[in-house]
Design a protein around this ligand. Structure first.
Ligand code: 13P
Length: 340
């Protein structure tokens, strides 16, 4: 008898915890390793992820789930313990990125649609057997004065909805991630333009989820925050928090189990400050937490730098960021806690 989707989803957004996005594809982790001069070998990928998953205090206290790439789902720690077992032993839920990446949308220059629906039912079955209880699919929405087009929004929302219901059919909670990119080109959009596009995208996503018969109580939304482009960052923490919550309240049904943000290129501390400010506002219909990749890992990656003697330092850096974001998930973070 499989667990109920609603219960898994609740566990993923449990109070004071959030999700570690460690699902970098082999190509993306190469970029991260290049930044610290480490070769992208299977052993190095294993050592790096093992360092994170064995950070016991952080995993137990602050992490509700871990998104894995396919290789990592089936991978073992150096002593032969399956990673899935390490994650479960820490009380967190193992999850899996199932999309095959954002590919150029034919006929629509500068826009993409995410692929991976063909054969997904069978792959989900395999992932379930390997221990995954939630999945992630990321739709990528370009933003500029002219983009996105209505067609690109529709194509990505449609794929997200088809993915979501296939997951639910297989006993897996879908993380639905429509990301309006903050750090793409041209990257000079205003916060109000981001609000407008985010509202349009989330409206379309929930319309498609409704038509596809997605059970909202058994899904988690992973949105971008409403924020100005990387090359035009001027909005204050309060403005980002207020405008993000306003758009979410207009577009996300109360029945959704929870919302876990991506960090999208924000600095570690910005991502934490924004989340904390939103939770401090109170009166939200859904739990609001993190599902950060870069903003949870950047400091740990740098401290580690591929050296076995730095594992403890890498774990300290990860534990600190996880703790700061766990505080933010209940609105209790403040800048002076960064120093402690
Ligand atoms: P970032 O937090 O680095 O944006 O990554 C989260 C993620 O899972 C993107 O798909």
């Amino acid at each position: 008898m499989s667990e109920r989707l609603e219960d898994i989803a609740q566990q993923m957004v449990a109070p004071g915890k959030g999700i570690l996005a460690a699902d970098e594809s082999t190509g993306t982790i190469k970029k991260r390793f290049d930044s610290i001069g480490v070769d992208n070998t299977e052993d190095n990928r294993r050592d790096y992820r093992e360092m994170l998953f064995r950070t016991d205090d952080a995993m137990r206290e602050s992490i509700s789930g871990v998104i894995l790439f396919e290789e990592t789902l089936h991978q073992k720690a150096a002593d032969g313990t399956p990673f899935v077992d390490l994650i479960r032993a820490a009380g967190a839920v193992p999850g899996i990125k199932v999309d095959k990446g954002a590919k150029p949308l034919a006929g629509y220059a500068g826009e993409t649609v995410t692929e991976g629906l063909d054969g997904l039912r069978e792959r989900l079955d395999t992932y379930y057997d390997a221990g995954a209880r939630f999945a992630k699919w990321r739709g990528v929405i370009a933003i500029s004065g002219a983009l996105p087009t209505a067609y690109a929004i529709h194509a990505n929302a449609h794929a997200l909805a088809r993915y979501a219901v296939l997951c639910q059919e297989q006993g897996i909670v879908p993380i639905v991630e429509p990301e309006i990119v903050m750090d793409g080109a041209p990257g000079d959009h205003s916060i109000d333009r981001c609000a407008q596009v985010t509202e349009a995208v989330l409206t379309e996503v929930f319309s498609e989820l409704h038509q596809a018969r997605c059970m909202l109580e058994g899904m988690v939304l992973k949105p971008n925050m409403v924020i100005d482009g990387q090359k035009a960052r001027t909005a204050s923490v309060e403005e980002v928090a207020e405008k993000t919550v306003a758009v979410l309240k207009k577009t996300v049904p109360d029945a959704v189990a929870g919302i876990a943000f991506l960090s999208g290129g924000q600095s570690d501390e910005e991502a934490t400050a924004h989340l904390s400010a939103m939770n401090a506002m109170g009166g939200l219909p859904w739990p609001l937490t993190f599902s950060y990749g870069r903003a949870l890992q950047a400091a740990a990656l740098k401290a580690w730098s591929g050296k076995a003697e730095n594992v403890a330092a890498g774990q300290r850096a990860f534990a600190h960021r996880a703790k700061m974001n766990a505080l933010a998930a209940t609105g209790q973070w403040s800048a002076d806690q960064e120093a402690a």
